[in-house]
Design a protein around this ligand. Structure first.
Ligand SMILES: Nc1ncnc2c1ncn2[C@@H]1O[C@H](COP(=O)(O)OP(=O)(O)OP(=O)(O)O)[C@@H](O)[C@H]1O
Ligand SMILES: Nc1ncnc2c1ncn2[C@@H]1O[C@H](COP(=O)(O)OP(=O)(O)OP(=O)(O)O)[C@@H](O)[C@H]1O
Ligand SMILES: [Mg+2]
Ligand SMILES: [Mg+2]
Lengths: 256, 256
């Protein structure tokens, strides 16, 4: 049974890519087989693994727009059991071309379902900062929506639109879509961060992961080295916290 | 002569909205008449001025999609000489509907040109974190593209795509489009920030504003109060730095 997790938030800069990469690497360390799919035109996930996005010939946009088989676009990374489907700027055109097709929101899900057997325990989907056709494909394919959220006003406000979208996706294409909020980039010394963090927990209760990811500048450095944090600085706070998140997620996956 | 400034960066969370609002408010303090146009489906600029995005009846999406006259969508804010054209989630559909029309990239420019005389010294355009149809409209309408950039790897990398887009817009619809990079959210104590800041200045030289905006938590608080930083905490570092930026921009506008 493969767990498919969409990492999405319309708000920009909340650590979607950092979470997809770090969590994926931590799951691999815990013995899981993981596929990361970069669905963002910025291709930051592809870049953070040391690839030059412009050079990738088969990418996630080929899977979405030209329906090439999913596994034709995957590549092995330097990390055993961590595979990647890269992205490049061409996927931006999916926002324009996909919505005219009937059933366009389930293109990704159907391409994943065609792979039998699926050689992964987890598939993580890094989404762009928008709630368009690409993100809809991710939410329709996902078992769980992981919503990285900064403890700041604009980011907390973005949850309102996201809850509306979850309801719509559950009605139209994915009845069992669950969600969990992950508080990211937290500075415990900051009063605004503390206040909004408290508000998120009281508003969403169980809907917020217990694990919190705090500010750690090593997470800014690791993409420069083309390595996930678990390889770049294995003992740093960010690496430890993403490992704790991986444990919490595996517990969650067992229970559901 | 009205100066039209697009505030854009594909990278999310680099202070596009914070810059549009703070710079706009600082220009008004310096005696300028300013119109802010919210072009983002998140409507954070609308929210930060104390409006509820869902309640706005005529918005920027009416201007772009239904070609209603620009001034039908504007409203006065509590701050004299600072007007707003609000946004809401409906503008997201512009990414799908606009590109099928010929000349779709100049819809915004043409709607601004129809207003005679234009009662503003500056128009600031807050863009979504994407390089799609909405951002193309903003770049085609602008005299200057202001690119808020964090001194971090993904944000610096995003400049590569942006430079390509500037070349394309200059060839297709706006020969004189100029750009300036604004370094935002800088933490001078952080080594990665210092290194990447130095690299940006040596790579782009004159293309980077002298003014730098440093990290200031009061900038996180002011949207909660529905006020720009110049009204919320007039003496704080963020307010001072955005006033210095306003001066530098007015100097630039005089010379060009
Ligand atoms: N816990 C952390 N501590 C410090 N910096 C962080 C942390 N998490 C992420 N960052 C940095 O913050 C910036 C934003 O993170 P990231 O790019 O992963 O967010 P995103 O949500 O994927 O952005 P986008 O909306 O552009 O896709 C990056 O420069 C990243 O290196
Ligand atoms: N100089 C600063 N110091 C501290 N916090 C800041 C600063 N500038 C912006 N912020 C905060 O950082 C977050 C990101 O800023 P903002 O939302 O303006 O970026 P954006 O580029 O408009 O994001 P998006 O890509 O989602 O539109 C916000 O929570 C904002 O309050
Ligand atoms: Mg990202
Ligand atoms: Mg914004």
């Amino acid at each position: 049974m493969t767990n498919i997790i969409a990492v999405s938030n319309e708000k920009g800069g909340v650590a979607k890519t950092t979470t997809t990469l770090s969590l994926g690497a931590a799951l691999v360390e815990a013995g899981q087989r993981v596929l990361l799919i970069d669905l963002d035109a910025q291709a930051n996930l592809t870049l953070a693994l040391g690839y030059e996005p412009g050079e990738a010939d088969t990418t996630s946009s080929n899977v979405l727009i030209e329906a090439i088989p999913l596994m034709n676009a995957h590549r092995k990374t330097d990390i055993k059991n961590l595979d990647l489907i890269p992205s490049n700027a061409r996927i931006e055109s999916a926002e324009q071309f996909l919505p005219v097709r009937t059933g366009y929101t389930t293109i990704l899900r159907r391409s994943i379902e065609k792979v039998k057997p699926l050689p992964y325990d987890y598939i993580l989907l890094d989404c762009p900062p928008a709630l368009g056709a690409i993100t809809l494909n991710a939410l329709s394919a996902a078992d769980l929506l992981l919503i990285p959220t900064q403890a700041e006003y604009f980011s907390a406000y973005a949850l309102r639109n996201m809850m509306g979208l979850i309801r719509r996706v559950r009605e139209e294409s994915n009845t069992n879509l669950a969600y969990r909020i992950l508080v990211t980039m937290l500075d415990r010394r900051n009063r605004t961060h503390r206040n909004i963090h408290d508000q998120l927990r009281s508003t969403f209760g169980e809907g917020v992961f217990n694990t919190v990811i705090e500010i750690d500048t090593k997470l800014r450095e690791s993409p420069i080295a083309g390595l996930p944090i678990t390889r770049y600085k294995p003992g740093t706070r960010g690496a430890v916290q993403y490992r704790v998140l991986a444990q919490e997620l595996m517990e969650y996956a067992k229970e559901t």
